[in-house]
Design a protein around this ligand. Structure first.
Ligand SMILES: Nc1ncnc2c1ncn2[C@@H]1O[C@H](COP(=O)(O)OP(=O)(O)OP(=O)(O)O)[C@@H](O)[C@H]1O
Length: 441
C-alpha cells in the first residue's frame, strides 16, 4: 500500500475511498519530519471543512519539496481567494467534491508516479537538503534547466561566460561549476575586475616581483598562480582595463603570463570562468572590449535570469531565507502572510535575489506579529505606487492623443498649422502621430 499524508479533519467517506484505492493514510496536523514515512510522495489536504488556512499554509511550506500536494475542495470554494491562492501557490493538483473515486485514483497515481520519477532523476542534485543560503534553491523550469546545463558543463574544462543582471546568482553558478568539476579539490579564486584600479588588478592577477613598484617589499603570487590546479573566476570581466585584456588573452592562448616587474614567464593550470552584467557585444562595438578575448572567454554562455521572470522561485526562495535567517538569529520561524506573498509576487525585483535576501532578513528581524507581512518586507505600498504611476502615464498618453486629434481636425489636416496650435515642431508632431498610430486626414 502506498503511504499518503492526510491533512484536514477525518472524513469517513474519504477514508473508505482511499482504502479501496489501496492507500495507507497518515493523518498529520503539525509537520514533524520524523513522523513522515520515508517513501511518502503525496500529501492530500482536505480543505472542505477547514477554516484554518493559515495553519495549513504553514504546513504546506514546511513539507519537503519532493512531496506533492493535492487539495480537496468544494466547488463553491473556487470563489474563495484564500483557497485559490493556496492552490496556485502550493498544489500540484486539486479535486472537487463530491469525490469521484476514478478521478482521485488517477490524480493520486499520476502524482506518485511523477514524484518518484523526479526523486530518481533530479531530487538529489536539484534540492539540497541543507538550508545553506549559498546553496542554490529553485523550482522554476528555467532554473532547473540552467542547473542541468551547469551539471553538463562543469566536468569539462571549457571556459564559461556567465551573463545576467546583478544579484541573479552568477557567482553562485561559478561556484557550482567549480564544485562539480574534477578541480573541486583545487582552489576557487575570485577576481573582481571592476573593484580595483588598473595598476592594482595587474599585480593582483599576475603577481609582482620584489621592488617592482614602490611598496612591493617582497615577491607576491598573483591570483592566477593561486588558482593553479583549480578555477579562476573573473567577475565583472567587462570592466577589465584594456592593457590587462591583452595580458589575459596571452595567458588564455599560450598558458603563459608575466608577473609585474619581469622575471621569466610563468604558467598555471587554471580553468577560467567569467561573469558580466554588461552587454559585452556593445562594449566590443564601442571599442572597450577585445573581440578575440571575448571569443576565448565565451566557450559556453550561461544566462542567469532575472528574479521577476521566474515567479515560481520567489515564494520558495523567500521561505528558505525566512528559515535560514530565523535560525541564524535564534528567532521563531514565522510564515509569510497572504499579503506578503502577493506583494513578493508583484514586485519587479530590480536587485534580484540579493534584494530578496535583504528584504527577508530585515523582515525576519523586524516582524513582531504572528506572520511576516508586506509591511515587514517594506513592500506594502509598492503595488499602490505602481498603480498610480501606471494610471498617470495612461492619463498623459490619452490627453496627448486627444490633443493631436483635435489639432489636426481644427487645422483641417494641415500639419504645419496643427503643430503650431500645439506649440510643437512639425517633426515632433509627426513623431507623436506615429506613436499614437493616428492617420493624417
Ligand atoms: N537560486 C538561488 N538560491 C539561493 N541563493 C541564491 C540563488 N541565487 C542567488 N542567490 C544568492 O543571492 C546572492 C547574490 O548572488 P550572486 O552574488 O551569485 O549574484 P551575482 O549575479 O554574482 O551578483 P553581482 O553581479 O552583483 O556580483 C548571494 O547571496 C547568493 O547566494
Amino acid at each position: 500500500m502506498e503511504p499518503l499524508l492526510m491533512a484536514g479533519s477525518q472524513c469517513n467517506e474519504l477514508n473508505d475511498v482511499l482504502s479501496r484505492l489501496h492507500f495507507e493514510l497518515h493523518y498529520i496536523d503539525k509537520y514533524d519530519k520524523n513522523k513522515i514515512p520515508i517513501n511518502c510522495a503525496l500529501c492530500l489536504i482536505d480543505l472542505r471543512k477547514e477554516n484554518t488556512i493559515n495553519e495549513i499554509n504553514y504546513l504546506a511550506r514546511e513539507l519537503d519539496q519532493g512531496i506533492h500536494i493535492i487539495v480537496l475542495i468544494n466547488k463553491a470554494q473556487l470563489d474563495n481567494t484564500d483557497i485559490t491562492t493556496f492552490i496556485a501557490q502550493f498544489a500540484w493538483d486539486f479535486c472537487t467534491s463530491p469525490i469521484d473515486p476514478e478521478r482521485l485514483d488517477k490524480c493520486l497515481g499520476h502524482g506518485i508516479g511523477l514524484s518518484k520519477l523526479k526523486q530518481q532523476h533530479h531530487a538529489p542534485q536539484l534540492e539540497p537538503s541543507n538550508k545553506d543560503p549559498e546553496q542554490p534553491a529553485y523550482q522554476s523550469d528555467v532554473m532547473q534547466q540552467l542547473f542541468r546545463q551547469v551539471d553538463r558543463v562543469a566536468p569539462t574544462d571549457i571556459p564559461v561566460l556567465i551573463r545576467g543582471e546583478s544579484g541573479t546568482g552568477k557567482e553562485l553558478v561559478a561556484t557550482k561549476l567549480h564544485q562539480l568539476s574534477a578541480r573541486k579539490d583545487g582552489p576557487f579564486i575570485t577576481v573582481n575586475c571592476g573593484a580595483m584600479a588598473a595598476g592594482l588588478i595587474q599585480s593582483d592577477l599576475f603577481g609582482h616581483q620584489k621592488g617592482a613598484f614602490t611598496g612591493a617589499t617582497s615577491t607576491r603570487k598573483g591570483k592566477i598562480a593561486l588558482a593553479d590546479g583549480g578555477t579562476l573566476f573573473l567577475d565583472e570581466i567587462g570592466d577589465l582595463p584594456a592593457e590587462l585584456q591583452v595580458n589575459l588573452l596571452r595567458f588564455l592562448q599560450e598558458g603563459l603570463y608575466d608577473s609585474v616587474g619581469g622575471g621569466t614567464p610563468q604558467s598555471a593550470d587554471v580553468r577560467i570562468l567569467a561573469a558580466t552584467h554588461v552587454d559585452l557585444e556593445n562594449a566590443i562595438d564601442q571599442g572597450n572590449f577585445r573581440l578575440d578575448l571575448y571569443y576565448r572567454l565565451n566557450g559556453i554562455t550561461i544566462e542567469t535570469p532575472r528574479l521577476k521572470t521566474r515567479r515560481d522561485d520567489i515564494i520558495s526562495l523567500a521561505n528558505r531565507f525566512v528559515r535560514v535567517y530565523s535560525n541564524e538569529y535564534g528567532l521563531a520561524i514565522k510564515p509569510l502572510s497572504q499579503s506578503a506573498c502577493h506583494a513578493l509576487l508583484n514586485y519587479p525585483w530590480p536587485g534580484n535575489v540579493r534584494e530578496l535576501i535583504n528584504r527577508v532578513r530585515r523582515a525576519v528581524v523586524l516582524c513582531d506579529t504572528q506572520q511576516i507581512s508586506a509591511q515587514n518586507l517594506e513592500l506594502a505600498n509598492i503595488d499602490k505606487k505602481r498603480h498610480i504611476a501606471l494610471s498617470l502615464k495612461t492619463l498623459k498618453d490619452n490627453a496627448e492623443k486627444q490633443a493631436l486629434q483635435q489639432a489636426i481636425m481644427i487645422a483641417d489636416g494641415q500639419v504645419e498649422l496643427a503643430a503650431s496650435y500645439l506649440d510643437i515642431s512639425r517633426a515632433t508632431f509627426y513623431r507623436l502621430m506615429d506613436k499614437h498610430d493616428l492617420p493624417l486626414i
